[in-house]
Design a protein around this ligand. Structure first.
Ligand code: CAA
Length: 431
């Protein structure tokens, strides 16, 4: 009898705990708590590249919408950019570091066939040992896959935080049509499901589309990407339409976002994306002025940093998010934002987020862009050679001076181990 009473009471308390857990999970929608950006210290003005390549500069400036291209100098790689973005973010959230239980890097510029970028970042940042770390790769879709993984994970671990980092260096062969669409950079995001207010929450189901195509890829033996340029544009636009329609079907509604963020390998691609989506968004309004007005009010406010950085591959969409946050100075009301993430090969996702006003505590993106230093074409070409040499020669340059505001430097490879320096305490670490 006593046993039965004990069993009943245990069952009741278990049921109560379960119910509370479900209610608390429903109350705390997973979202992005905050984000930060790291960019290479140098950029190449595309006017200079056009002149050097004998191309009308208007092709790059107007035709592609690219004005500047971020260029990595020796000492900067996928790892240092990722660690720098996350370092900045954690400096603003000092209590967050010990709560990070998942660290995922979306990247297609990995530095080793076995070792992920994430474990190097984990080491440089001193993240907890009780932390899952791994990379996710699917071309420019990697960071979105990482973000969706993290959003699901924090729902199950609401006391912990996930660190999601998009980090890439876009490299095409010199003199190829892809050359002016290079770039580099990293965006780090803290993902949570606790009661603190989100910068961005995701109340809707995503639309998905996957299809095996050879539009853009990089074989293991290549340092630069191979791309079927015109075909890649067609694949992108076909995937956009399919993912959008899947979104509408899953959510039984047509989205009415305030802003659109598209993966931007070059800014004009976002224009093309919006124009191709417009007939589905508003089938009865075909006026050119309506389209152009929508473009300037719903797309351009997020696209301004992409014009000054170039392609970040998987970070490109999230650089636009940082651009939109900066555009919407507080106080502003919450805004619905549509995202289209495209990863060549291909996998893509159309999703909707709610962007909430956030007090400005981060370094403005404008200031990060303005702190960079322009270089000329011979210097860009020399940097490409030198960074490639550091990747392939078994040498290390411990005397390499840190670039301004760069917390970590890549020094080269010794005994097949990558060498990094923590410039915040001058310690050299082998990866
Ligand atoms: N003044 C103004 N505009 C000019 C001009 C001039 N003098 N000369 C050309 N243009 C315009 C062209 O009309 C064209 O615009 P539209 O597409 O609107 O007609 C634009 O400039 C580009 O000109 P081309 O199409 O002739 O350029 P291209 O063939 O030399 O290369 C590209 C363009 C194919 C995009 C090439 O840069 C490339 O291969 N880039 C890499 C691949 C890429 O970014 N693909 C995007 C989809 S895949 C993806 O998104 C994943 C990813 O991140 C890679």
């Amino acid at each position: 009898m006593e046993n039965k009473a004990w069993r009943d009471s245990t069952r009741r308390s278990l049921r109560r705990v379960l119910k509370e857990k479900i209610v608390s999970q429903a109350n705390h929608l997973a979202g992005i708590l905050d984000l930060d950006v790291a960019l290479p210290h140098h950029y190449l003005p595309l006017q200079a590249l056009a002149r050097a390549r004998g191309v009308d500069p208007q092709k790059y400036l107007r035709g592609l919408g690219c004005h500047k291209m971020a260029v990595c100098a020796p000492g900067e790689d996928t790892v240092t950019l990722a660690a720098q973005a996350a370092y900045r973010l954690l400096q603003r959230h000092p209590l967050a570091r010990q709560r990070v239980g998942l660290c995922v890097v979306g990247t297609e510029s990995g530095i080793d066939h076995a070792k992920p970028v994430s474990i190097l970042v984990h080491g440089l940042l001193g993240l907890p040992h009780q932390c899952r770390t791994f990379d996710i790769k699917h071309a420019c879709y990697g960071a979105t896959a990482a973000l969706q993984t993290a959003l699901a994970w924090v729902q199950q671990h609401p006391k912990q935080l996930a660190l999601v980092i998009a980090s890439d260096i876009a490299r095409y062969p010199r003199l190829s049509p892809g050359e002016p669409t290079q770039g580099a950079g990293s965006v780090a995001m803290l993902v949570h499901a606790d009661s603190s207010p989100s910068l961005l929450s995701f109340p809707f189901s995503s639309g998905i589309h996957a299809s095996h195509v050879h539009d853009f890829w990089r074989p293991n033996y290549n340092h630069t990407a191979i791309v079927d340029g015109k075909f890649s544009l067609q694949c992108y636009l076909a995937a956009l339409k399919a993912a959008y329609l899947d979104f509408c079907e899953k959510n039984q509604q047509t989205p009415q976002p305030d802003f659109f963020l598209f993966h931007a390998p070059f800014p004009r691609m976002a224009h093309k994306a919006y124009r191709s989506l417009a007939p589905l968004l508003s089938p009865h309004n075909k006026h050119f002025s309506f389209l152009e007005e929508g473009l300037s009010s719903q797309v351009l406010p997020a696209l301004w940093p992409n014009r000054e950085v170039g392609n970040l591959y998987t970070g490109s969409l999230y650089l636009s998010l940082a651009g939109l946050r900066e555009h919407l100075q507080p106080p502003h009301t919450s805004q619905h934002v549509a995202f289209f993430s495209y990863g060549s090969g291909s996998c893509s996702e159309f999703f909707l987020g709610k962007l909430h006003p956030s007090p400005r505590s981060h370094t403005p993106l404008r200031a990060i862009l303005d702190a960079r230093v322009p270089i000329d074409v011979p210097t860009y070409e020399a940097f490409c050679e030198q960074t490639l040499a550091l990747e392939t020669n078994q040498t290390s340059l411990p005397s390499l001076a840190p670039l301004p505001s760069q917390p970590f430097s890549f020094l080269g490879i010794l005994n097949h181990k990558r060498q990094y320096r923590d410039n915040t305490n001058a310690a050299i670490r082998c990866a």
